[in-house]
Design a protein around this ligand. Structure first.
Ligand SMILES: Nc1nc2c(ncn2[C@@H]2O[C@H](COP(=O)(O)OP(=O)(O)OP(=O)(O)O)[C@@H](O)[C@H]2O)c(=O)[nH]1
Ligand SMILES: [Mg+2]
Length: 1128
């Protein structure tokens, strides 16, 4: 039964210094949920027998079936040690890469974390990832090395071997911490340096460059994990035991009479004890002395396991009595050794005590929040804390104080929204009956029973069937009036019929300052809210009631409807929540989409966005089985979007509803949720839509049979495919160098565009800097609009310069001369990995803020036309000619932009207009021009009425029979870019996953077989020290990855399990349009070249999906099949 009442928890919540908000982080399957079970069982919420089997925090059905956690969930635990009582808000998180966004939502609201590492597998990719996330959030970690039992039972290590193995794991994880720490210190030092460059007076004479400064001054010893620091415990969660060395130091200091402090320093490390002299000495390898850790700790555990596994009853009894334990008769007789081990060890070395004591001692309370973390949380984008308005800076004190007085501002962060069945909310649940009510019920039942008996006696002669039905009907028919009605009123109203399966959204949140009270009104600040804007709109110290405030973008005002204590699967209602606690908030569904900051003062900025490690990449289109159920699907998708931190939902131009998820497992979970909870309809799901990118390359030097191109004689091309697809329509000039010149339909402007492949490094830089490019774009557009409100912050400016420098560094050579200065735009969506370079002389413009960008001021008229060119470029980069996928790594150079005709036209227009104004004065018949044909002469005819019309209506020349001129420019630019691409060798780019597979040596061959079948490439293969495990690092195209994890698992009987993470885009080397053109190629590939062309296969699949024309020859020369034997 639950040991802690709600009142106890409420009381504990008030003592902020004794609250620990922690999360459990690890690689998948390292035992987080099992560990959480053990901690929960110490509070009596689940029985200790079930701990490790129940996986209480995995409350979803699919979590239980698959055996992996998919959602992070919280539970509040009570822990008492000595005189102190602690409240531990524990969050269990998923370890699977697909759900790493759930980890981000957990670390944000914690102050510390438990990193769990499997003693056999050691440090794995996700261990690194979660450690990095903990660092980025500035939360303190402690380490649990779990599954020590596997070293004994599976690997059959001797205690000495186990010790070396554990030492190794510690070294690995400390090396990781070291790299994180060093990079951070170096970064900080760089920051300090730039600051000192800004005010050179402040630190004179310190200009000598010494890379190690900063590193040496900073004490980092507390950061590392080491048993003697008390931040490492060794556990076996499944067997319920765990220890830190402090426990043994206490015991042995009494037993062997060596001071506890000395033992604490020497129990871990290469020391041994000289029993006779009662002295601790350094281990001398030559003498083969056992370290203390082995001799005093591991050997005892090993011998216990040995005794139990060998069923040596006598020895077991001896150990049990020497440890002073009492084992229940049932456990002692149990045939399963695991049960015995669990019974003995969980008493001897209770895991919950070891872990929770470490958590309370080593992890900070909410009061210990560092100034650094607060500043980080408040500074979005490239802002610095000092640049925030003074009202905002003042909030820092509130964070640090974490006070609960009335004047303290209430600051809450919502890190995610989760859905629960409305019926499961505490206010809707039938509450437990009080003693009185139970007595009343009993009385009522007794009465009913008496009545039934009386009725049965009265109808004793009736037929049995009739009798039965009468009995069944009687309770309802004969409701005793008084008591019954009273009872009805205490049970909650049933939900309305249609809504009985409704979902309610609860915010997963933490109070950072002030007391969250039920019904309190609060500002909800969206991620884009800016307190600066607000303070500008509303005068300082606004006195109006918040309801009357003018509407401010990204801000809402609402009340905290319900507050909950999160207890794993259960929720408990609370009236108020003091600062420093994790809580659930109901009623924010309409105000918060995924995450938000809540504050009682509008001067608070939104917290920095959560740092997601996974990129959503797997997309599918969904539709209802019955078209009439579309509205349910749309509603369901909206709910799903709110309930998952990382899923994206899109409606594509084609009208498809698309779901973008982080991986296959995530996809499956989203679909299940959609089907069973949010939409509750049957849906059909498309094959995963695999994203591609289109690009161009340098012309290849050799052909497909490795012959130098040009040397081979081209044979007569039998089929025209190659020529066909790159056929350029008439009226477009292409020179030998790939420069495409094209004229707008009204013949007034001519554009010359060339496409060039960007060097790989440049594409990479562009990808990495997309955020910066976006903010640069915003800046330029606000400058152009003449707003000039956004001051460029110095740090941003430096970043821009650095970015520009990097581009210049890689774009060298004659071809790229001045190119960086002339960059006009990035695309698609103004921040993508493609560049538009403007080399035309008449019109200068560039993306760079500052003098170069201002050159344009003169011609605002041209600016609009310039915008059309940029839009055309954006459209062209958004969908390429091969299969309408976005472009990547392409540079379009606008060589010439001839507007002379347009200008002439405009002058004539003006003149005409003046004339007509003078002579006529407005009465006019307006002729419309019809485009009768594409024919040239007829178009020319149009020019006369066109001129008249525009002139007489007093409009500018910007509209003609082909539509607005700006629109024509957009279309022409887009076409020019497409043709410029098509005259170059085009290539597809595939999205690639990196995958880490851990496999034993006997299944290695099969892993390789699956990898190579799926076009995977092995990068590295390493043997894990001390085990027969291999770690294989490989890259694999996303297109080939579906079902990969399952296949590997099946082929290796579950011994290898891969983790797939999106890594980069890679060019597929084959040319999708390739056909054999030389004799050699004919010989090699045959006339139709129908051997596999991977790129063409992908391209055609995408085209087919998008409903585009696919050039496929199905049967060319059909030959009648004959059976030779018949011809005899
Ligand atoms: N031998 C052994 N097995 C363990 C131990 N702890 C957990 N396991 C097993 O490891 C498997 C994974 O445990 P979980 O607790 O679900 O792991 P997790 O870290 O929560 O996994 P995810 O949430 O999916 O990332 C289960 O089969 C557990 O029984 C342990 O101490 N020793
Ligand atoms: Mg788990």
């Amino acid at each position: 039964m639950v040991l802690n009442s709600l009142d106890k928890m409420v009381q504990l919540q008030k003592n902020t210094a004794n609250i620990r908000n922690i999360c459990v982080l690890a690689h998948v399957d390292h035992g987080k949920t099992t560990l959480a079970d053990c901690l929960i069982s110490s509070n009596g919420i689940i029985s200790s027998r079930l701990a490790g089997k129940l996986r209480y925090m995995d409350s979803r059905e699919d979590e239980q079936i698959r055996g992996i956690t998919m959602k992070s969930s919280a539970i509040s635990l009570h822990y008492a040690t000595g005189n102190e009582e602690y409240l531990i808000n524990l969050i269990d998180s998923p370890g699977h890469v697909d759900f790493s966004s759930e980890v981000s939502t957990a670390v944000r609201i914690c102050d510390g974390c438990i990193i769990v590492v499997d003693a056999v597998e050691g440090v794995c990719p996700q261990t690194q990832a979660v450690l990095r996330q903990a660092w980025l959030e500035n939360i303190r970690p402690v380490l649990v090395i779990n599954k020590i039992d596997r070293l004994i039972v599976e690997l059959r290590f001797t205690p000495q071997e186990a010790y070396s193995h554990l030492k190794n794991i510690l070294e690995q994880i400390n090396a990781l911490t070291g790299t994180l720490f060093t990079s951070k210190v170096l970064e900080e030092r760089a920051e300090r340096e730039t600051e000192s460059q800004v005010n050179p007076n402040s630190e004179q004479g310190e200009q000598v460059y010494d890379w190690s400064t900063g590193l040496e001054d900073t004490d980092d010893s507390h950061l590392y994990f080491s048993p003697e620091q008390g931040n490492v415990v060794f556990t076996s969660a499944i067997d319920g035991w765990g220890f830190g060395i402090e426990h043994f130091a206490k015991i042995y200091s009494q037993k062997i009479g060596i001071k506890k402090e000395v033992l604490l320093k020497t129990l871990w490390g290469d020391y041994y004890v000289n029993m006779k002299a009662k002295k601790i000495m350094k281990v001398d390898q030559a003498k083969a002395k056992k370290p203390l850790f082995v001799q005093l700790i591991l050997e005892n555990i090993w011998s216990l396991y040995d005794a139990v596994l060998k069923k040596d009853k006598e020895k077991i009894d001896k150990i049990v009595t020497s440890l002073g334990l009492k084992i229940g008769a049932r456990e002692a007789r149990h045939s399963d050794p695991k049960v015995q081990i669990n019974a003995i060890c969980s008493q001897w070395l209770p895991i919950s005590h070891a872990v929770l004591a470490m958590v309370c001692q080593k992890l900070p309370s909410p009061l210990d929040i560092t100034a650094e973390r607060v500043e980080r949380l408040l500074c979005t984008g490239s802002q610095t804390f000092d640049s925030l308005p003074p009202e905002t800076q003042a909030l820092k004190a509130a964070f640090m104080k974490c006070g609960s007085e009335d004047t303290a501002p209430v600051i809450i962060f919502v890190s995610k929204m989760f859905a629960v069945d409305t019926k499961a909310l505490p206010q809707n649940k039938p509450r437990p009956l009080t003693q009185e009510e139970i007595a009343q019920r009993r009385e009522r039942a007794r009465q009913r029973h008496a009545e039934k008996l009386a009725a049965a006696q009265g109808q004793v002669h009736a037929e049995p069937t009739h009798d039965g039905s009468a009995l069944e009907a009687s309770p309802e028919g004969e409701q005793p009036t008084g008591v019954g009605q009273q009872l009805e009123s205490v049970t909650p109203n049933p939900e309305p019929q249609e809504g009985d399966s409704q979902e309610s959204f609860i915010a997963f949140a933490r109070v950072f300052s002030g007391v969250a009270q039920r019904g309190k009104k609060i500002f909800v600040l969206g991620p884009k809210y800016s307190p600066v804007e607000f303070l500008k709109q509303v005068p300082l110290g606004f006195s109006a009631p918040p309801d009357d405030l003018p509407p401010v973008p990204h801000m809402a005002y609402c009340s905290l409807e319900n507050l909950y204590l999160l207890m794993g699967r259960e929720l408990e209602e609370l009236e108020e929540v003091p600062p420093g606690n994790v809580l659930g908030i109901g009623g924010l569904q309409d105000f918060v989409l995924k995450s938000a900051t809540l504050c009682s003062l509008p001067s608070c900025p939104p917290f920095i966005p959560l740092n997601f490690e996974a990129t959503p990449i797997v997309r599918v289109a969904v539709e209802p089985k019955h078209p009439s159920e579309m509205p349910q699907l749309v509603k369901g998708m909206k709910l799903l979007n709110q309930a998952d931190p990382c899923v994206q939902i899109l409606i594509q131009e084609t009208g498809e509803h698309v779901l973008v998820t982080a991986g296959e497992v995530h996809l499956q979970r989203c679909l299940d949720d959609l089907k069973e909870r949010f939409a509750k309809i049957h849906i059909s799901v498309s094959e995963p839509i695999i994203p591609f990118r289109e690009t161009i390359t340098k012309p290849p030097k050799v052909d497909m049979v490795n012959e130098e191109i040009g040397k081979q004689q081209k044979v007569a091309v039998i089929h025209q495919t190659k020529e066909d697809q790159s056929k350029i329509p008439e009226g477009i000039q292409v020179d030998s160098d790939g420069l495409v010149t094209i004229t707008t339909p009204n013949k007034l402007a001519t554009l010359s565009v060339r496409a060039l492949p960007l060097p790989e490094e440049v594409t990479q830089i562009l990808e990495e800097s997309s955020d910066l490019v976006r903010s640069m774009e915003q800046l330029t557009s606000s400058l152009n609009e003449g707003k000039n409100t956004q001051m460029i912050h110095q740090k941003t400016e430096e970043k821009i310069l650095e970015f520009k420098g990097k581009l210049e560094q890689h774009l060298t050579g004659r071809k790229w001369r001045n190119a960086v200065d002339q960059i006009w735009s990035f695309g698609p969506r103004k921040c993508g990995p493609n560049i538009l370079v403007n080399k035309s002389e008449d019109f200068q413009n560039s993306v760079w803020p500052g003098p170069a960008g201002k050159a344009l001021k003169e011609a605002s008229r041209y600016r609009d036309l310039g915008n059309s060119i940029v839009s055309g470029f954006q459209l062209a980069t958004l969908s390429g000619p091969m299969c309408e996928e976005p472009l990547m790594g392409v540079c379009f150079v606008l060589e010439k932009w001839d507007l002379s005709k347009f200008e002439e036209q405009e002058t004539t227009d003006k003149w005409n207009k003046e004339q007509s104004d003078l002579i006529k004065g407005g009465q006019e018949e307006i002729k419309t021009c019809y485009v009768r044909d594409e024919n040239q002469e007829q178009q020319d005819d149009c020019s006369e009425p066109f001129e008249k019309r525009t002139a007489q209506k007093g409009e500018s020349v910007l509209t003609d029979c082909y539509g607005p001129f700006s629109g024509q420019l957009i279309a022409t630019m887009k076409e020019a870019c497409r043709y410029a691409l098509q005259v170059k060798p085009q290539r597809l780019m595939a999205a690639m996953y990196t995958c880490d597979i851990m496999a034993t040596s006997d299944v290695l061959g099969r892993v390789y077989a699956v990898l190579s079948k799926r076009e995977g490439r092995v990068l590295q293969e390493e043997m894990k020290e001390g085990t027969d495990m291999f770690i294989i690092k490989a890259v694999l195209p996303v297109a080939e990855s579906f079902g990969f994890a399952d296949e590997i698992r099946k082929r290796t009987s579950g011994l290898a399990s891969p983790q797939l993470v999106f890594s980069h885009w890679e060019i597929i080397p084959s040319d999708p349009f390739w056909v054999p053109t030389t004799e050699e190629e004919y010989l090699h590939f045959g006339e139709k070249a129908d051997s596999e062309n991977q790129a063409r296969k992908y391209m055609n699949a995408v085209r087919k999906r998008k409903g585009l024309y696919v050039e496929e020859k199905i049967v060319e020369h059909a030959e009648k099949q004959r059976t030779l034997s018949k011809n005899k």
